[in-house]
Each structure stands twice: as structure tokens, then as C-alpha cells.
Design a protein around this ligand. Structure first.
Ligand SMILES: [Fe+2]
Ligand SMILES: [Fe+2]
Length: 179
């Protein structure tokens, strides 16, 4: 079979763009299944929000027990997870979906857990476990998206890289604590 030419002729390109304009960024060459992408993005969104809540809880507790540098790290991570949640929600809208921000069922949609502990080493460990879960599930998502939706894939690759940094930061904190 002859290989499809790299560039679609301009007439076809223009005609195609005029079809279904209400679908915005999702044009006929969108290779993926937008509905499936929205579903997995909503799970990632729930994961990020649970991470924000857990890091925030741990930040306030750690601050209360005068663990300044650890508390600062938790707050920084909380803010970064919030930024991830915002990017994911924005992409869901671009794909024609609605971001699911309902507190109902949030924990069951999330891949990570919310563990409220007040022990400093335990807090760091819980966050590390959560980061490792997020790393695994985002890597899965990236593989699933493949070349079908490069924009979503690149976004998730950027987020994955940050979760890897978070995990690394937490390992360093544990080492500093001698745990
Ligand atoms: Fe995140
Ligand atoms: Fe993270």
C-alpha cells in the first residue's frame, strides 16, 4: 500500500477544518478516542486533587511541629500538584469534556490515597508512596496515548517528570531524617 503523503493538500485541510467547528481542538485527524482520554484525564485530575489535599494536611501538621524545611517542601509540592490539576482540567475542556471536580467519589477516582498521619517520617513515606503510584499510572497513560494525542501525551510527560522530582525530594528528606 502506498504511504499516505505527509501533508494533506491544502484544499482538503481547509474543508476538513470547517466541519464540526464546535469540536474546537478535536479535529478529524485526532488519532485517539477523546472520550477515553477524557476519562483517564479525569482519573489523573482526581489523583492530583487528593495529592493537593494530603500535602496540604501534612504541611499544616509539619508546620505545627516545627519541621520547617519538610513543611516547606510539602507546601511546594501541594502547589505544584494544584498546577498539574489545573493543566489537566484545561486539557479535558479542550477535548470537549467536563473536568470532574465533584468531591463525591473523589477518592475512588484517585489512584493515590489520602492518609492523614501526624508522624513526620510517616508523612514523608505516605507522600513518597503516592508519588510512586502517580509515576506508574502516568507512565501507563503516556504509553496508552502514544502518538494518537501528542498534546495530552506531552503534558503528561511533563507532569510525570515533576512527580519523579517529587519522589526524589522525598527520598532526600527521609535520608536527612535518618529514616
Ligand atoms: Fe502532580
Ligand atoms: Fe507529585
Amino acid at each position: 500500500m502506498a504511504k499516505t503523503p505527509f501533508l494533506t493538500d491544502i484544499k482538503t485541510l481547509r474543508a476538513r477544518a470547517r466541519q464540526h467547528i464546535e469540536e474546537g481542538a478535536v479535529t478529524p485527524t485526532y488519532g485517539g478516542n477523546a472520550e477515553a482520554a477524557i476519562k483517564i484525564l479525569n482519573d489523573a485530575l482526581a489523583t492530583e486533587i487528593v495529592c493537593v489535599l494530603r500535602y496540604k494536611m501534612h504541611y499544616f501538621v509539619a508546620k505545627g511541629i516545627n519541621s520547617g524545611p519538610v513543611a516547606d517542601e510539602f507546601l511546594e509540592h501541594a502547589n505544584e500538584e494544584q498546577a498539574h490539576a489545573d493543566r489537566i482540567a484545561q486539557r479535558i475542556v479542550q477535548l470537549g469534556g467536563d473536568p470532574n471536580l465533584s468531591p463525591d467519589g473523589l477518592l475512588s477516582r484517585s489512584h493515590t490515597e489520602y492518609v492523614a498521619t501526624t508522624d513526620l517520617a510517616q508523612m514523608i513515606k505516605e507522600n513518597l508512596v503516592a508519588e510512586r503510584i502517580a509515576i506508574d499510572s502516568y507512565r501507563d497513560m503516556i504509553n496508552y496515548l502514544g502518538n494518537d494525542d501528542p498534546t495530552t501525551r506531552r503534558m503528561m510527560e511533563g507532569i510525570l517528570a515533576m512527580e519523579e522530582e517529587h519522589a526524589d525530594d522525598l527520598v532526600s528528606l527521609l535520608q536527612e531524617l535518618g529514616k
